[in-house]
Design a protein around this ligand. Structure first.
Ligand code: SF4
Length: 228
């Protein structure tokens, strides 16, 4: 399996923020978000091949019970279902962080963290816009979202860059019939300064609409670094 990073840290986002977790970050993504915070899995992918045995050995050595499968887009990895089944055999709580553009069969999961990408993600100018059309075509797959949400507990996490993003968020939440407490708004930004600047209006939107504010705790704790 092509892996970008394997590390033990604190979950920074979502309803399990603060929980020590092993992160398995797969390489490669079918999207190209303009503001991607892991460009080393998408725009300039870097990775190495690891066997499922290698990955599971790392999990057994480091995990205290929670594993996060993330990316890139982990669900385009052919071995993703097999890996999740192996993690299940190790009695791990499994979170899958996905943009929900594909829904392979055979996944084991406890928390599906769906993060459909809004139009603010489309790279109209980055790299001369050469990925914009593909990104637009792939970024929303309602069938995949519904199928993943039906597998287990889920959260619907949105990267919000402006209050103008709200109608898209409301439309997606309605399409999935998601209760408000499952809808998380996370300010776009990879630095403490950017997050602090957006936190006030994002938190006000959460209060107004009953959505959940989503911190990026790892940025507060460690800064925007890899492997944390
Ligand atoms: S879906 Fe995630 S990994 Fe892929 S381009 Fe967007 S932010 Fe980056």
């Amino acid at each position: 399996m092509n892996i970008s990073e394997l590390f033990y840290s604190i979950q920074g986002e979502g309803i399990l923020a603060g929980v020590p977790s092993v992160f398995i970050r797969t390489n490669f993504c079918n999207l190209r978000c303009a503001w991607c915070d892991t460009p080393y899995t998408s725009w300039q992918p870097e990775g190495r091949e690891l066997s499922l045995d290698d990955i599971c050995a790392y999990v057994e050595e480091h995990s205290r019970g929670h594993v996060v499968l993330t990316g890139g887009e982990p669900l385009i990895a052919p071995d993703a279902p097999a890996l999740t089944q192996r993690l299940r055999e190790l009695n791990q709580h499994i979170t899958i962080e996905t943009a929900a553009t594909v829904a392979p069969a055979g996944l084991a999961c406890d928390l599906m963290s769906l993060s459909p990408k809004l139009s603010n993600s489309t790279p109209h100018t980055r790299d001369a816009g050469r990925f914009a059309l593909q990104h637009e075509r792939l970024r929303l797959n309602y069938d995949a979202m519904k199928s993943l949400a039906a597998l287990c507990d889920y959260q619907l996490k949105f990267v919000i860059a402006s209050p103008d993003d709200l109608p898209e968020i409301q439309a997606l939440a309605a399409a999935l019939a998601a209760p408000r407490h499952r809808v998380l708004l996370m300010p776009e930004g990879t630095t403490r300064e950017a997050l602090a600047e957006r936190a006030p209006w994002v938190s006000e939107l959460c209060k107004e609409h009953g959505y959940r504010y989503c911190p990026r705790l790892h940025v507060d704790l460690y800064g925007n670094r890899r492997g944390v």
